[in-house]
Design a protein around this ligand. Structure first.
Ligand code: PEP
Ligand code: MN
Length: 336
C-alpha cells in the first residue's frame, strides 16, 4: 500500500501517518518526492484496511499495490538506484558498464590472457564461471574454488573487478569471499532459498532472467533479495524461450524500457546467451545500448573453437576489440 500525501502536508502529519502504520503492525517507508511525500507500507501479507490512515489529515490518496514486489517497484522508490561494484557505478544513466570474459574459467593461461585482452579493449569488469549450471551432468561443470582463485588472480593482474555465478545457498559464503559481484543464473532465478541467502550478504547481485520467466516473476525474484536487506541488485535479460529455434533464445529488448518504468533497478543485457551465435552478438549489443541498457555482459574467449562451453556464441579477442571501438563511438554519439 502506498499513502500519497498532499503537497503541503507537513512533517507532523507525515510522522502521524508513520505512527498509525506502525500501530497497525506494519513498517512505513517515507518516499520524499519533489512535489509531495509518499509513504510505503511494508510487511503486510494481504489487503490492508486503509480506513484509519485515509481519515488522517494531509492524506491525498491511498493506493493498493497488488504486485508481488514493492521494494523493487518504482512506486515505492521513484529514484533510479545506482549499484556500486568495487569502484564502478552501474545504473541511473551512468556510462554503460561492459562485463566480458569466458563462459567458464578453464585454465590460468586462458583467464589471464582473456582478462588482459578485454581490459586493453576497454572492458570495465571480468566475467567467468567457476560453478557452471550445465544441462547435462557429463559435460564440464567448472573448476569450482580453483576457478574462483584463478578469477581473483586475473582480477588482480588486470585491475578488473569480477562477477561469477553462485548456484547454491551453501556456496554463497565461499563465492562472496572472492567475487566482487555474484551472479544468479537463468536456471536459478526462482531458487528462492538462494535468493534469500544473497539478500543477507553485502556484495552486489547480478540476477539473470529465467528463460521462461515473465517480467513480473523476474521482479518478484529480485524482491526476495531486497526484502532480506541487500539493495544492490542488477537485472540482466539473457533471452527467453519461444517457438523460434534459429537463435538459442529470443532477446526481449523491450524489457529495458519496460523495467525502467516498473522498477528503479539497473538493467543489463547479455546478447551472448540471448542469441547463441557470435555474428549476432555485436548488433544486439549495440541495440541494447540504444534501448538504454545500463550495461552488457559478453562472452569472450581466446580460442572459441576450443572452449569447453558456449564457444559458438563467444567473441574472439579481436572481435571484442572491434565491438568495443564501435561501442565507444556509439556512446559518444548518444551522449552527444
Ligand atoms: C552464463 O552466464 O554463463 C550463464 C550460464 O548464463 P545463463 O544463466 O543466462 O544461461
Ligand atoms: Mn555461457
Amino acid at each position: 500500500m502506498l499513502i500519497v500525501m498532499n503537497h503541503n502536508a507537513g512533517k507532523k502529519q507525515i510522522e502521524a501517518i508513520i505512527k498509525a502504520v506502525e500501530l497497525m503492525g506494519y513498517s512505513a517507508a517515507p518516499i520524499p518526492g519533489s512535489e509531495r511525500t509518499a509513504i510505503g507500507v511494508l510487511g503486510n501479507k494481504g489487503y490492508v484496511d486503509d480506513a484509519t490512515v485515509r481519515a488522517l489529515p494531509g492524506v491525498k490518496e491511498v493506493i493498493h499495490v497488488s504486485k508481488p514486489y514493492k521494494l523493487v517497484s518504482r512506486d515505492f522508490h521513484p529514484k533510479n538506484t545506482i549499484v556500486k561494484v568495487a569502484g564502478l557505478e552501474i545504473g541511473a544513466g551512468k556510462r554503460p558498464v561492459i562485463m566480458a570474459g569466458p563462459c567458464a574459467v578453464e585454465s590460468e593461461e586462458q583467464i589471464l590472457k582473456t582478462a588482459r585482452a578485454v581490459k586493453a579493449s576497454g572492458a570495465d569488469m571480468l566475467r567467468g564461471g567457476a560453478f557452471k549450471p550445465r544441462t547435462g551432468p557429463h559435460t564440464f561443470q567448472g573448476m569450482r574454488e580453483e576457478g574462483l582463485k584463478l578469477l581473483s588472480l586475473a582480477s588482480r593482474d588486470s585491475g578488473l573487478p569480477f562477477v561469477t555465478e553462485v548456484m547454491s545457498p551453501d556456496t554463497v559464503g565461499l563465492v562472496a569471499e572472492y567475487a566482487d559481484m555474484l551472479q544468479v543464473g537463468a536456471r536459478n532465478m526462482q531458487n528462492f532459498e538462494l535468493l534469500k541467502e544473497l539478500g543477507k550478504i553485502k556484495k552486489p547481485i547480478l540476477l539473470k532472467r529465467g528463460m521462461c520467466a515473465s517480467i513480473e516473476e523476474f521482479l518478484a525474484a529480485a524482491e526476495y533479495i531486497l526484502a532480506e536487506g541487500n539493495p544492490g541488485v542488477i537485472l540482466c535479460e539473457r533471452g527467453i524461450r519461444t517457438f523460434e529455434t534459429a537463435t538459442r533464445n529470443t532477446l526481449d529488448l523491450a524489457v529495458i524500457p519496460l523495467i525502467k518504468e516498473l522498477s528503479h533497478l539497473p538493467v543489463m543485457i547479455d546478447p551472448s546467451h540471448a542469441t547463441g551465435k557470435r555474428s549476432l552478438v555485436p548488433p544486439m549489443a549495440k541495440a541494447a545500448l540504444v534501448a538504454g541498457a545500463d550495461g552488457l555482459m559478453l562472452e569472450v574467449h581466446p580460442e572459441p573453437e576450443k572452449a569447453l562451453s558456449d564457444g559458438p556464441q563467444s567473441l574472439t579477442l579481436p572481435g571484442f576489440e572491434k565491438l568495443m571501438r564501435e561501442i565507444d563511438r556509439m556512446i559518444s554519439f548518444i551522449e552527444g
